[in-house]
Design a protein around this ligand. Structure first.
Ligand SMILES: Cc1cc2nc3c(=O)[nH]c(=O)nc-3n(C[C@H](O)[C@H](O)[C@H](O)COP(=O)(O)OP(=O)(O)OC[C@H]3O[C@@H](n4cnc5c(N)ncnc54)[C@H](O)[C@@H]3O)c2cc1C
Ligand code: SF4
Ligand code: SF4
Length: 1012
């Protein structure tokens, strides 16, 4: 891109970016392909879209419209200008309940639309599995559909009119009630009428989903409606800016029948038998997919519901009914199909089952190892009655090649998302990849099916268009393309092979003239395996066993672009691709592939040798942008269906840098908060006065980048461990209401309370509250003498050796003798407990991020015996809740103080810490609160608070931290007046205190107050 060209784009008024970071972020979608664009535009209005598209066309630069980039076939990537409609065009207007229509911006996300329509009793029918991020623009352009095609059809069936931008910049409304594009319509009508016989031969009826390419057979049925052609045109004809859509009433009732089978073949036969019951959906999931849900916190409830561990099966049919539900479910049961049947009528249970199905595709690609289930023949559909024969045909293609595949998908509409397991890094598997694609195309043609039924043609299937459509229909489609886009500007190389090169600036892309073939444009890491310029330090123990294995888990599905917690809080706050987990993973990959020439950024680093770093995987502003804004909240680990663990990837990359360049001062200070606490508590009044002094804060901001807008934690006048020693000397507390005189003491034995840095030096009242609760339960509380900080602060700075050193010390200590415990010297057991007793003593944590260090990250740091200690580590509140579950009367809680209001209950709002949520289902917190008389718990669906340890304290991250907190603060604001707020994370409480006038409590405080 020349500077004159850049100026021309800047003059459009549209946000257009040509920087390398943005280009790499948009070089991939959810497919296996990669094409680096020249630039990316983010229009805010149809006028801006028109101006940039014209500017591109005038300079012969191709234009690829884009939504969320969740497309699986490589049609949301292109070598010219990407026009991203997902960023700003999210307006929903003109709801017409009588007409049953609504207008949406092209960037409106399906879940956003349905959340808007639900209170009115309506929904948008076609339900793509990517509903949490897929845009309506992308859905129209792909003519997407979902499980409920038998009821709702495809997206094209719901388009009333579209507002489009043509290649010459004209903005037009298109639809039967608009008079636009009359000449083009007539021309297309004539063209299509010449090939009616060929259409009937190639596209015979009976198929519920779409055909590849333009909707010729649809237009034949509705020749006044050019949207039949535009829908499904994959951005090759025009850009859609907004659309008027038909909406549907929400189903009055729903019921789900689950049938479990011994084999996929039986499930296919059963599908045919069930069609006469007129289900709203029949979905198929098979064992390879179900196996991927094993050990996944997020899917455990669904696994339990399906009883997958106790009653394993090979395949399941999900049969959903919307009308006459009871009657049809009982008919379904009476057919006695498969191994067993389960009926679900409860909405929560149905959601659990659907969550597995919806995550299917990305769950599959999350399997461990380089070989993955690859999407390339995943979208072929036949008539449902042909499914058994079609599956047999597919198996006969896979078997001689020794390939495994999963056969899951929309059985009711004859579409199975078949993904053969291939290692695209291997030349042998690349050959198999081509062979399977060739043979499947022939098989689909034999069945007169559709090679591309909802995902589009894109890069993956363009090569087979001639075989599927024949020269005559392909010729007609080419004429249609020419009528809209004579210069082949819009998304070239998709649907039509010829003319893939439409980028004036081939110097940037180097891809001019590369023909669209299934094995061209593959992601770079397939053709050139990633190499690490460092020795990885972490184990990636949860799943992949390697840094690259975990990085390559990101398949681009876009799950981390959703609007709701927990992943990814920075994307939710900003809507920027670089702020999503996908964006970060893509940039780390690009950095390792040396796609960032860093010469211009080298000045920021200390080396004088400029040329040595001109392509350095560890040093680039782009990599900084990816890593430095990640909160390490661990939200992606459980929620990403492939378990991409950005917190670990980031820690490893930072560590590699520190190893080479040394640990910067600020990171060194943040790693040492425990030491600072110890020092501060020697003269707390003085230290507190200093940290509050404005000039001191100004200097700290200037030299260390610690924001002066942040309060710094105060040091306690009496350290918690000192108080504890005094308390222990004084003997156990006298019996209070929690130790009812009538109740015999249970002497429950010892528990170790982990007095973390913050409890010890800053918030001892929380430790005191915990001790009070534990002693009320007749536990003998111990602290660990000589414990070190858990290492979390060092870990989050990438200071992994320091974290590991602290971790090893702590693990050894906790596995060793009782003399390391600080207990009551007056107690008869003092110093007398045996090692075995102590090494089995439960360890309780008040701070979730310390707990997650012990139960998760020590294992990642490869600390010996970490698992042994982890098995004894509990979150304080979980430990108490479990105990009260076993013995509901173990604590006597008093009722809350009488209130004057009508409602007898006080609302207790709980914000769970993101590290706790990443490892454990937080529902127990609400259960625990509701054990207190007169309290009603409200468990917030929040992600990270935005403080994230030291992150929010950084001057350069302050704004982002506040943006991230907005969701939490908004939800707290919506709580009834007088609500108590519980947040067990130190950072979370700090953030809430700093940004509101609320003083949240730790759960230990709430419990202690209730047993006074
Ligand atoms: C895990 C997973 C599950 C999926 N399940 C389904 C499913 O159930 N059903 C289904 O149909 N698809 C499914 N898909 C594919 C994909 O999610 C859908 O096709 C989705 O509708 C694409 O929307 P998007 O916003 O991501 O579009 P993108 O991927 O950004 O774009 C898709 C196509 O639309 C074009 N386009 C985008 N916006 C515009 C616009 N404003 N104007 C003109 N052209 C535009 C692009 O050029 C591209 O050709 C799945 C994908 C994944 C990764
Ligand atoms: S990080 Fe996970 S959820 Fe996000 S795109 Fe990658 S695989 Fe999908
Ligand atoms: S750790 Fe948190 S902030 Fe970082 S990518 Fe994952 S979800 Fe996003």
């Amino acid at each position: 891109m020349t500077s004159a060209q850049e100026k021309a784009f800047a003059a459009t008024g549209c946000d257009v970016r040509f920087d390398n970071l943005t280009r790499q972020l948009f070089a991939t979608d959810a497919s296996i392909y990669q094409i680096e664009p020249t630039g990316v535009a983010f229009p805010r209005s149809a006028q801006q879209a028109s101006a940039v598209i014209r500017a591109a066309a005038d300079r012969n630069i191709s234009v690829t419209p884009r939504g969320a980039g969740t497309s699986l076939v490589g049609n949301a990537i292109g070598e010219g200008l990407i026009v991203d409609f997902s960023r700003y065009n999210r307006q929903i207007t003109d709801l017409g309940l009588e007409k049953r229509t609504v207008r949406v911006g092209a960037g409106v996300v399906l879940d956003q639309l349905n959340a808007f329509l639900k209170p009115h009793g309506f929904c948008f029918g076609p339900d793509v599995a990517t509903s949490s991020r897929a845009t309506l623009g992308g859905m129209i352009a792909n003519n997407s559909s979902g499980a409920h095609v038998p009821v709702y059809g495809t997206t094209a069936d719901h388009v009333v009119s579209t507002e489009i931008v043509l290649v010459d910049g004209r903005i037009l409304n298109v639809g039967p009630t608009h008079n636009s594009l009359g000449a083009e319509r007539e021309k297309i009508d004539k063209l299509i009428r010449t090939c009616v016989a060929e259409i009937s031969e190639r596209m015979p009826p009976g198929l519920l989903k779409r055909w590849p390419g333009y909707g010729l057979e649809r237009f034949l049925r509705a020749p006044d409606n050019l949207n039949e052609i535009l829908a499904g045109s994959e951005g090759t004809l025009a850009a859609i800016f907004s659309a008027e859509l038909k909406i549907s009433p929400l189903p009055c009732e729903k019921g789900l029948g689950l049938i479990f089978f011994d084999s996929v073949d039986e499930a296919m036969e059963a599908t045919v038998e069930l069609l006469d019951l007129k289900p709203a959906a029949i979905e198929h999931i098979d064992r390879p997919l179900l196996d991927q849900t094993k050990s996944q916190l997020h899917f455990q409830a669904a696994r339990d519901l399906l009883e997958l561990d106790s009653e394993p099966c090979e395949s399941i049919l999900l049969v959903e009914f919307y009308e006459d539900v009871a009657e049809r479910l009982s008919l379904l049961q009476s057919r006695r199909l498969g191994l067993r049947t389960k009926i679900c009528r409860d909405a929560h249970e149905m959601d659990l089952v659907w969550s597995v199905r919806k995550a299917g595709l990305s769950l599959l690609t999350g399997c461990v190892g380089a070989a993955k289930p690859v999407a390339f023949i995943e979208d072929a559909a036949v008539r449902p009655a042909q499914l058994p024969a079609y599956v047999a045909g597919l198996k006969s293609i896979m078997k001689p090649l020794g390939l495994e595949a999963s056969y899951y998908g929309h059985a009711a509409s004859g579409l199975l998302h078949v993904r053969p397991v291939l290692d695209l890094h291997s030349a042998a598997d690349l050959k198999k990849f081509r062979r399977v694609a060739n043979e499947t195309s022939a098989l689909v043609r034999q069945f007169k099916g559709s090679l591309s039924a909802e995902h589009g043609v894109g890069t993956a299937r363009t090569e087979y268009m001639r075989e599927q459509l024949g020269d005559e229909l392909l010729g007609v489609m080419r004429e249609i393309k020419h009528a809209f886009d004579p210069k082949n500007i819009f998304n070239p190389g998709k649907i039509f092979e010829a003319g893939s090169a439409r980028c004036a600036d081939s110097r940037t892309t180097g891809q001019r003239g590369v023909p669209t073939k299934i094995d061209n444009h593959l992601r770079e890491n397939f053709t050139k395996p990633l190499e690490l310029p460092f020795e990885p330090r972490l184990a990636f123990a949860f799943k992949d066993g390697s840094f690259i294995g975990n990085l390559e888990q990101c398949n681009g599905c876009g799950g981390c672009r959703k609007d709701t917690p927990i992943m990814c809080p920075t994307f939710i706050a900003t809507g920027e691709e670089i702020m999503s987990t996908r964006g970060r993973a893509n940039i780390i990959r690009a950095a390792l592939e040396l796609r960032f020439a860093v010469r211009q950024h080298v000045a920021a680093f200390k080396s004088a040798d400029m040329s040595a770093h001109s392509k350095d995987p560890l040093r680039s502003a782009e990599l900084d942008a990816a890593l430095s804004n990640c909160l390490s909240c661990k939200g992606c680990t459980p929620e990403c269906p492939s378990n991409v663990n950005l917190a670990l990837l980031k820690a490893e990359m930072l560590y590699a840098r520190h190893q080479r360049d040394g640990l910067p001062l600020r990171e060194r200070i943040f790693s040492s908060v425990d030491l600072l606490g110890r020092l501060g508590c020697t003269m707390p009044s003085f230290a507190n006065a200093i940290v509050d002094l404005r000039p001191v804060r100004a200097i700290m901001e200037k030299t260390l980048g610690i924001s002066a807008k942040r309060s710094l934690p105060h040091y306690a006048s009496e350290r918690f461990d000192r108080w504890f020693a005094r308390h222990a000397m004084e003997g156990p507390a006298p019996s209070g209401p929690g130790r009812d005189g009538a109740r015999p003491s249970k002497n429950r034995g010892k528990v170790i309370l982990w007095d973390d840095t913050f409890v010890r030096y800053h918030e001892p009242h929380i430790g005191r509250a915990a001790v009070k609760v534990l002693e009320a339960l007749d536990f003998e509380v111990e602290l660990v003498k000589n414990r070190k900080c858990c290492g979390r602060p060092a870990f989050s700075q990438g200071n992994l050796d320091a974290a590991a050193k602290a971790g090893k010390h702590n693990v050894d200590l906790l596995n060793s003798s009782g003399s390391q415990l600080s207990t009551n010297p007056a107690s008869p057991s003092y110093g007398a407990a045996s090692n075995s007793q102590l090494s089995s003593t439960p360890i309780l944590f008040l701070e979730p991020s310390c707990w997650s260090m012990f139960v998760d990250d020590y294992r990642e740091l490869k600390i010996d015996n970490a698992e042994k200690v982890a098995a004894r580590c509990f979150l304080f509140e979980k430990f108490i809740d479990d105990l009260l579950d076993r013995e509901p009367d173990a604590l006597q809680f008093k009722d809350r103080p009488a209130s004057s209001g009508q409602d007898r209950h006080v609302n207790v709002t709980i914000h769970p810490h993101c590290h706790a949520k990443s490892l454990i289902n937080p529902a127990f917190m609400a259960r625990l609160v509701e054990r207190l008389p007169g309290r009603k718990a409200q468990l917030l669906d929040t992600g990270c608070c935005g403080m994230a340890g030291a992150f929010g304290a950084l001057a350069e991250k302050y704004q982002l931290s506040v943006q991230v907190a907005a969701d939490l603060l908004g939800k707290i604001d919506n709580q009834p007046a007088g609500s108590e707020i519980v947040a067990s994370g130190t950072s979370c409480r700090h953030q809430i205190v700093d940004l509101s006038n609320i003083r949240p409590k730790h759960m230990a405080e709430l419990l202690a107050e209730a047993i006074d």
